[in-house]
Ligand binder design. Sequence first.
Ligand code: PMP
Ligand code: GLU
Length: 395
Amino acid sequence: MSFIAKKAGSISPSSTLAIDSKFKSMKAQGLDVVGFGAGEPDFDTPQHIKEAAIAAIMEGKTKYTPASGTLELKEAICRKLMRDNGLCYKPENIVVSNGAKHSLVNVFMAICDPGDEVIIPAPYWVSYPEMVKLADGVPVILTTTEENGFKFSIEDLEAAITPKTRAIVINSPSNPTGMIYTKEELAKIASVAVKNNIYVVSDEIYEHLAYGEKPVSIASLGDEIRDLTIIVNGVSKTYAMTGWRIGYTASKADIAKAMSNVQSHATSNPNTIAQVAAVCALDGPMETIDMMRAAFEERRNYMVERMNSIEGVSCLMPGGAFYVMMNIKKLFGREIAGCKIETSDDFANAFLEKAKVAVVPGSGFGAEGYVRWSYATSMENIKEGLDRLEKFLAE
Ligand code: PMP
Ligand code: GLU
């Protein structure tokens, strides 16, 4: 056995990516498998963005850029923050990274000293606790319930705060629940953050995928909270650009500087060609986003209605993102297709093995008793997956 450092040894793999790669390898073997694993838009990157990247290559924009991103992209991000969020930032507030995942790692590296606590409401996106651990911080999980729409109460938040609390993570719309905080709820969170002088890491990557009221950025609620907020966003979900790997942060300039310094040693600049493409995406037309949002909404409505009509499972109507958390608690203790179901992992394994449908167990999201379905896939797949669910549960 090789020596593995304690920190690396304590990190669990990303369950979303693990399910996705299992699904892809089953598919490559020719198996008739349907995937609801990774949250990745099934639409192609819009043509005008691809053309901008091809032009960048032909024009020789193929060299290193400043570690924290090009001035052109930082300016485009500032224009986006003003246009969509009414926020005025300067290029010195922006750091561009290799995806919002990388941005988040930089954030925790920049703000956590060893032992500093970061409050993470559960269900959470799988990577947050592991990222905090990588930065020698301590994830403090704030449990929420389905009855409360997967939202925590202000009393619970205040009770979780200790002298070691450095930050709270909010993700609205949420992966995996699709929950969206209202402006009033954000104002309350902001006042607690300001009172206790803690950072708010606001992951806004699904901001354009909301099917009712538009999500609000907590940073827009006043100067004090804006100074404490580190906005995380990227082009992966909005522009169907998951493989291009461009994410960014907006924060106070000194935090941006610290993140940029970390990044300058870890990865240098994000891909130069992808940065040119991201400028084109951010400054470009919004019609393709509207088209994707409308398709996601139709799929969400179908999935939720069907799921709630199937005996033994249920789900809430998510307000945004492209995930549904299916409650499977009633199935616990049952044997389905010869498999005993005691946990969300048991369900996900049996469902994949016997019905050839890939979903992500709730365990990785701090949500035992649930599995996550992504509806960023075709209506045909969604119908097939739910037909298979119905058949599987009838066994
Ligand atoms: N935040 C959340 C909540 C996500 O679901 C994702 C999905 N990958 C990310 C951040 C990171 O996205 P990316 O690294 O592709 O920009
Ligand atoms: N964020 C997406 C998901 O939750 C993509 C996979 C990942 O980066 O974890 O499925």
